[in-house]
Ligand binder design. Structure first.
Ligand code: WQD
Length: 440
């Protein structure tokens, strides 16, 4: 376990046998410093905490997959927003070095702001390892003699899942096991510990072929119980639960998980659950220290463009130039990952402070604006001042020509909107490539 508490680093070996982390005195581990409370309870700080969600020393947010591309950016934004954070990650699609980078960036932020660095702990374990999870949750249990179990963990943000569409088609059981069965076991264990505030990493793929409509996708296009929804023109319509034309097992796992979580919330009002439907996350933190660095071969547009920019592949294949769009290439809602991460903070704040309309609520995380593949390539060329070799090829199986978010619900109910642009994302990627030595 790594723990950062005002800069200290606590290291203990990955939890393989669900043993507790090395005791304080052992050479491989250090004490978990007694959490002093005085600094955090200064009036000015506590007022700030109420505004920004700062928790007492005894309150934490648990993030699964917190070292991955979106997870690491969200962990950083949580720490910057004064949340104490516990990350579990099995490093199947992330690198341990990200822990130090998150800690460095968060410390720099708090030094600049003059605010205390929250507690940041990392456990190298799989969220599906229930014994290891129980051992971790036992560390954060609060005494509760007769009432419901209580925990120092006030909320969970769940990123840990497989997310490669093509791989899910080749190996569906791997996706249903990890993403769906894993979720069921995970929330079942959280329930036992009284941890019932849950932010779920979902995806715009739950809209399936509804994306081909060419109109911005509204959350009510995919619901999990019969709902009466009001349209922008004031008309009201009853919508039935279900999905429409999801084209791959990965998308189906996200839809199934949403449905399971919706049913759980319906069965127990103690649960507060938010499903965040990502559109196309791109870019990286402006420092260049948290770039998208997946293990394995990427298939998403920007990581592939990066491979072309760094000479790892000769040219970008543009999948389809005959779509019904201005330039013939497909249109997507590319959202800067830092905006996306801050959308999680907004959702967590609303969930923790009881500000949601229902105890299961879905929100799109997108800009509400579309850009074509060619616009992305041209924007990146402007950022690098170098041409990006590309070739038009046939459409990719399962693709749609247009997929853009309706962003009104997030704005109205989470008071969250995006601020960064496609240009910002391309410039930040270039910073990452320079910082990591991939670009001169
Ligand atoms: C974007 C556009 C491609 C690569 C996927 C998942 C979705 C979500 C985001 C998790 C498309 C084109 C791409 C390339 C190309 N992930 N493209 N050449 O397919 O919109 O969504 O990632 O939640 O669930 O489905 O993203 O980046 O793969 O593609 O022309 O080498 O770029 O055809 O039009 P997509 P993408």
């Amino acid at each position: 376990m790594f723990q950062f508490n005002s800069g200290d680093m606590i290291v203990s070996p990955p939890r393989s046998d669900s043993s507790s982390p090395a005791p304080a005195s052992s050479p491989s581990g250090f004490s978990t410093p007694a959490t002093s409370s005085s600094v955090l309870f200064d009036n000015a700080i506590s007022n700030l905490s109420i505004l920004q969600g700062l928790l007492s020393d005894d309150q934490y947010v648990l993030v699964t997959g917190g070292l991955g591309y979106i997870g690491s950016h969200t962990t950083l934004e949580l720490l910057k927003a004064n949340y104490n954070v516990i990350v579990i990650d099995n490093l199947s699609n992330a690198f341990e070095s990200v822990v130090d980078r998150i800690n460095l960036l968060a410390k720099q932020h708090h030094e600049k702001e003059g605010t205390p660095m929250p507690i940041f702990k990392y456990y190298c374990q799989d969220y599906q390892d229930t014994d290891a999870l129980r051992s971790l949750l036992d560390e954060y249990k609060l005494p509760s003699r007769w009432g419901a179990p209580k925990s120092k963990i006030i909320g969970v943000i769940h990123f840990a899942a497989h997310k490669a569409v093509e791989e899910s088609i080749r190996n569906p059981l791997k996706y249903y096991s990890n993403n769906v069965r894993g979720l069921i076991d995970f929330v079942g264990t959280l329930d036992e510990y009284g941890i019932k505030t849950f932010i779920f990493s979902s995806s715009a793929t739950v809209y399936g072929t509804l994306a081909t409509s060419g109109s911005p996708l509204r959350e009510e296009l995919c619901v999990h119980k019969t709902e009466v929804v009001e349209h922008p023109d004031g008309s009201r319509k009853t919508v039935q639960p279900g999905s429409t034309g999801i084209t791959n097992p990965y998308g189906r796992t996200k839809w199934m998980c949403e449905a399971i979580l919706s049913d759980l919330a319906l069965s127990d009002p103690e649960w507060t659950i938010v499903a965040l439907r990502y559109f196309n996350p791109i870019g990286c933190d402006s420092s260049g220290l948290l770039g998208e660095d997946p293990r394995g071969t990427p298939t998403n547009l920007l990581p592939v463009v990066v491979k072309v920019m760094t000479g790892q592949i000769p040219e970008l294949r543009v999948f389809g130039t005959d779509w019904d769009t201005d330039d013939g290439t497909a249109v997507r809602d590319f959202i800067h990952v830092t905006d996306l991460a801050q959308g999680h903070i907004a959702a967590l704040n609303a969930a923790v402070h009881g500000a949601l309309r229902e105890n299961f609520r879905t929100f799109n995380l997108g800009t509400g604006n579309g850009h074509s593949v060619m616009e992305v390539v041209e924007t990146m060329e402007k950022a690098t001042k170098k041409p990006i070799p590309r070739k038009a090829v046939d459409r990719r199986a399962g693709d749609v020509g247009y997929c853009v978010a309706a962003a009104g619900r997030s704005k109205d109910e989470l008071q969250w909107t995006t601020h960064k642009t496609l240009t910002d994302a391309c410039n930040d990627i270039c910073t990452f490539l320079k910082v990591s030595g991939h670009l001169g």
